[in-house]
Design a protein around this ligand. Structure first.
Ligand SMILES: [Zn+2]
Length: 693
């Protein structure tokens, strides 16, 4: 089961991030600090991080963030460290306290505390995990060993879907792109062990080396589940060849950004024709899907190709591939140490350059959030997110929405006709702040204090069945795609909603101690970012109700594309590591959101100052308020990333590396150049400026 196919757009890489409210001071933070005795994150923009030897007109990122890593070098258990990591680590420590308390037990624990406490506790119990060894994997390894014929694959693949092993494919549910009121089933390409299809084909020494190390990683893993060296070596070669063939018929990440490319709703009988070697009605019913007649076949070419592959691949190779996929898809934290270490060595050290494994408590806190996010989130939100925070955040969001309304009215390139529809879409955006109104019910999920593997296994099936149960039912518009402690934010075009989990409402992004200028630059830019996603190259294809339907006049659509092309070319030129360029098309949506987001925050900031009669050219602590605004924005992205992680990010992630999230944006905003006295023609004030929104 893959996670649901939606076009959710995050503010950052899946892990880390931001947001919060604005100019209105909320005094919850001082209380929070006292309660936890955790180190306070810096508020507002931090002068310590400035590199005053750099020229802000030549490299604004360097000026705003050049000294950051002197204070926050990348620790050995991370692949990068930035402003977001500060917030993330603080949050991690809060979850740690909360989980330790819940794990301590006692009769007064609530039902949620029992579940999260016991889940965490079992995860921390390495001696029990070690003692269990491979025993928990054995039933599935036996099922693979017992396969006598390819026709017996069907029930096994269905079972694998329920336990999150996406061998060959991934099944799930999604909102229908063309009718957002419907939940439909979908089936997608799957079954690759490397991060993305191009990893199997890209030329060059580094990529060649990653492939060699990947094959060795498969060998090591197979040996650890009991295969003799020679057999493991042969199997690993065959598995790699099979995955390469799957990759050949898979769609790359950039093509997958276009919703038209990943939407092919068809009768199940047509899917049966694409892949006759599999019995689809049986897979669907074995995987406990409700009776359906239609399904979104995300990539039909893949399923045609899959059929050929299934026919020509021998059963032994398929069995080896299934063994490998089973182990590789299981979170190694519940497996014996040797397997866990092996997974770390390739997935983190090789691919991300992270030297050391993280402390176990950090990983178990994360695992508990993945399994029981809304149980953990409920306890977290009660403790960390008072109603005043929700109110303050909402105020900021409304402020930025007004700025967008104003921005839309003033656009000189868009016709009145399209403007009306854009404004209607803007007004229909649902603002979701902090945590869901209705919590997920985990009462039927059994969590045992002494069974880490079983807990994971049951939680994964529980979640798969929850997803599948949505098919054919009305859409729950109150549902969240992130857990409350998450330090991130997102926009979902099918829901037409922006979501800011409680976990991101923290200094330095938002602080009542900061100036308005700093808060608008920090958090305002993030709120603007999420809102702009509704109108980026992908979001603009969906209407106010979340349906894929063209509400643009042909001329306006063409003008949008021309403007977007300028952004594509601008970011294509950036080279973050070795000779690897940023992919302007892959990152177009995020770059559009970064650019639009800062402009919206700036408009809102000016409007707020006007209301309050504040002179923005006045200096405080050596900087005008306008300079503080831009420095606040720049410092959202302070930090460093290891070169391996940078490479991985550029090749798979829709977000540009941190340096370009700053310089790529401010060079399009004359107001920044003016504020710092830059001259036309300097790098941060180029002659050619891109602007969509
Ligand atoms: Zn984003």
């Amino acid at each position: 089961m893959k996670t649901n196919l939606s076009l959710i757009r995050y503010a950052l890489v899946a892990l880390i991030l931001i947001l919060a409210s604005c100019a209105i001071a909320v005094a919850q933070e001082a209380a929070k600090e006292a309660e936890h005795s955790l180190p306070a994150a810096p508020s507002g923009f931090d002068e310590r991080f400035l590199d005053r030897s750099a020229d802000p007109c030549v490299n604004f990122f360097q000026y705003a963030c050049g000294n950051f890593s002197k204070f926050y070098p990348i620790p050995s258990d991370r692949s990068g460290f930035g402003t977001f990591t500060i917030v993330y680590e603080r949050n991690e420590a809060v979850l740690h306290e909360l989980l330790e308390k819940a794990a301590a037990g006692g009769a007064t624990r609530s039902a949620n505390q029992q579940k999260i406490g016991d889940y965490y506790s079992a995860c921390m119990d390495t001696s029990a995990i070690e003692q269990d060894g491979l025993r928990p994997l054995q039933p599935d390894l036996d099922r693979i060993a017992d396969l006598k014929d390819k026709s017996e694959l069907t029930p096994l693949l269905a079972h694998f879907q329920l336990i999150n092993v996406n061998a060959f494919l991934g099944m799930g549910e999604q909102q229908d792109f063309k009718d957002a009121s419907k939940q439909i089933a979908d089936v997608d390409q799957g079954g690759l062990g490397l991060p993305e299809r191009d990893y199997y084909f890209r030329k060059g020494e580094t990529d060649e080396k990653i492939r060699q190390e990947y094959v060795q990683h498969i060998v090591n893993t197979l040996k650890l589940i009991g295969e003799p060296e020679t057999e493991a070596r042969t199997d690993a070669q065959n598995i790699f060849q099979l995955e390469t063939a799957l990759a050949k018929v898979s769609m790359d990440v950039t093509s997958r950004r276009d919703p038209k490319n990943i939407y092919h709703l068809m009768p199940v009988s047509d899917l049966q024709k694409l892949t006759p070697s599999l019995d689809w009605s049986k897979i669907l019913s074995d995987a406990q899907f409700p009776p359906i007649t239609e399904i979104n076949v995300v990539n039909p070419d893949f399923f045609k190709g899959l059929n050929t592959l299934l026919d020509k691949t021998d059963l032994n190779t398929i069995k080896a591939y299934l063994r490998w996929q089973l182990v590789a898809s299981t979170d190694s934290i519940v497996l014996p140490k040797a397997l866990d270490d092996e997974a770390f060595a390739f997935n983190k050290r090789t691919l991300s350059g992270q030297p050391d494994q993280q402390a176990r408590w950090k990983r178990c806190a994360q695992a508990t959030d993945t399994a029981l996010g809304e149980a953990l989130g409920q306890v977290y939100a009660e403790q960390e997110f008072p109603p005043s925070s929700k109110a303050a955040t909402l105020q900021m969001v409304h402020d930025i929405e007004s700025a967008m309304d104003q921005d839309l009215s003033s656009l000189d390139w868009m016709s009145a006709e399209t403007k009306v529809r854009a404004q209607a879409k803007l007004r229909a955006v649902a603002d979701k702040i902090g945590y869901p109104d209705h919590w997920r019910d985990y009462s039927k999920l059994m969590v045992a204090r002494d069974d880490a593997f079983g807990n994971l296994h049951r939680a994964v099936i529980f979640e798969s069945l929850r997803e599948i149960a949505k098919i054919g039912k009305p859409v729950d518009r109150g549902e969240w795609g992130m857990t409350p402690p998450t330090v991130n934010a997102y926009y979902n075009p099918s829901m037409n909603d922006i979501n800011f989990p409680a976990g991101i409402l923290q200094p330095p992004f938002y602080s009542p101690k900061s100036t308005d200028a700093e808060n608008y630059g920090h958090i305002g830019a993030i709120v603007g970012h999420e809102l702009t996603h509704g109108f980026d190259d992908q979001g603009r294809l969906f209407d106010a109700n979340g349906n894929l339907s063209n509400w643009w006049t042909p001329e306006d659509g063409k003008k949008f594309e021309e403007k977007a092309e300028c952004t594509v070319k601008e970011y294509d030129k950036f080279v973050p590591v070795d000779d690897v360029h940023v992919n302007g098309k892959l990152t177009l949506g995020e770059n559009t959101a970064d650019n639009g987001g800062l402009r919206l925050a700036f408009i809102a900031f000016l409007a707020d100052a006007k209301r309050k009669g504040i002179d923005l050219t006045q200096k405080q602590d050596g900087f005008t308020l306008i300079q503080q605004f831009f420095l606040g924005f720049g410092q959202n992205w302070c930090g460093e990333t290891r070169p391996e992680q940078l490479r991985l990010q550029v090749q798979t992630d829709e977000h540009s590396p941190r340096e370009f999230r700053v310089n790529g944006v401010v060079q399009n905003m004359r107001e920044m150049g003016d504020a710092f006295g830059c001259k036309k023609g300097q790098p941060m004030m180029p002659d050619n400026v891109c602007r969509v929104w």
